[in-house]
Design a protein around this ligand. Sequence first.
Ligand SMILES: [Ca+2]
Ligand SMILES: [Ca+2]
Ligand SMILES: [Ca+2]
Ligand SMILES: [Ca+2]
Length: 398
Amino acid sequence: MRLSFRGICATLALTVGLAAGSVLPAASSAAASTDPVSRCPSGRLCLFDGLDGTGSMTSYSGSMTSLGSWANRARSFVDKAPYVNFCPSTEPGPAATNEGYSGDPTVLDFRKWDAVLDRNVESFVLTNSERECETGVEYPSWLGDDAAVTRPRKLFGDLNRDGRTDLLYRSPAGRLYFLRGDESGTLIGGGWNSMTAITRHGDLNSDGGEDLLARDTSGVLWLYPGKGNGQFGARTKVGTGWNSMRRIASAGDLTGDGRPDLLAADTAGTLWLYPGDGKGRLGNRSRVGGGWNSMTALVGAGAFDGDSLNDLVARDTTGRLWFYPGNGHGGFAPRVLIGTGGWQEFTTVLGLGDASGDGVNDLYAISSDAISFYKGRGDGRIYLQGANVGWEKGDMVF
Ligand SMILES: [Ca+2]
Ligand SMILES: [Ca+2]
Ligand SMILES: [Ca+2]
Ligand SMILES: [Ca+2]
């Protein structure tokens, strides 16, 4: 049972640390007030050994794997901790639980919430997502390609060079994870909420690993060189002034020189092509066309039709999806409508190369509760093949 979820607050860029709690002396504040909500210090999760916030009180600033002398003691609580969920467990931690309280800071008896928790809480986690309560981890469980099928290394969409599509996941708290497609995840690092655009496709510095481009709030574009194992080396600055761009999209090589390029649509609606130099830098841009303010997503789709030339997929403001066939010289042939509507419900549309193993590139579309797989037909068109639910509002993948 859950109580009055208030949703995920993306502004909470806080660290979830196990065993981060500490016990405050109960006597001093108890004398000042008998109202349990006032008695509980701001920013803390408070437990009481009496009903309705009475009796002795202890408080914590973070998750606790063991409550020590407070194990199996608490009967009520007040949640003023700066996390989305308070998730108590009847086992020592870290333990997954399907209980998550994210209501207002008011006093609540465990027996009124779930009687089994009364005098029975041994650990808890404070989390920024419902998922962490249930699975104990911040990242979504994602099953990608069929592991039984051996595939050659891919040109893009494959950060760890195993031939399988993988994802980068950014949590609402700004931590970036590598999802290899076997339901596991590996932390890359924190602080990624400072990035206002992230895109990847291809090996920009010619070292054999797929790389990442990210723009920070000050408009600096950074290259994060892929190590070929889902992690990244020290970043290098690609350029400044990128806040004039509404969207950026790595799209593989579009110019025919074998080096991956970057597409960027500026706030005036002009689409630009920035040719990669194969050394992690970008050359002088060329103008692709105007009117791109009508597009709300640019997707590097790879070679998406029958030729071997990389292509572009774009979503317009009315929710239609368009296919732009690359001409191999930095431009595109006339577009083709491949999605007649409804695509605005997706927060992200992603091209990760061939995910199904049939040699034809595919698309993923992410909504507030699912990642949907759209199988490519090989002619630039797609069809929905399935969805992986369990995604939450605020989840971002790249
Ligand atoms: Ca992979
Ligand atoms: Ca590289
Ligand atoms: Ca190129
Ligand atoms: Ca093509």
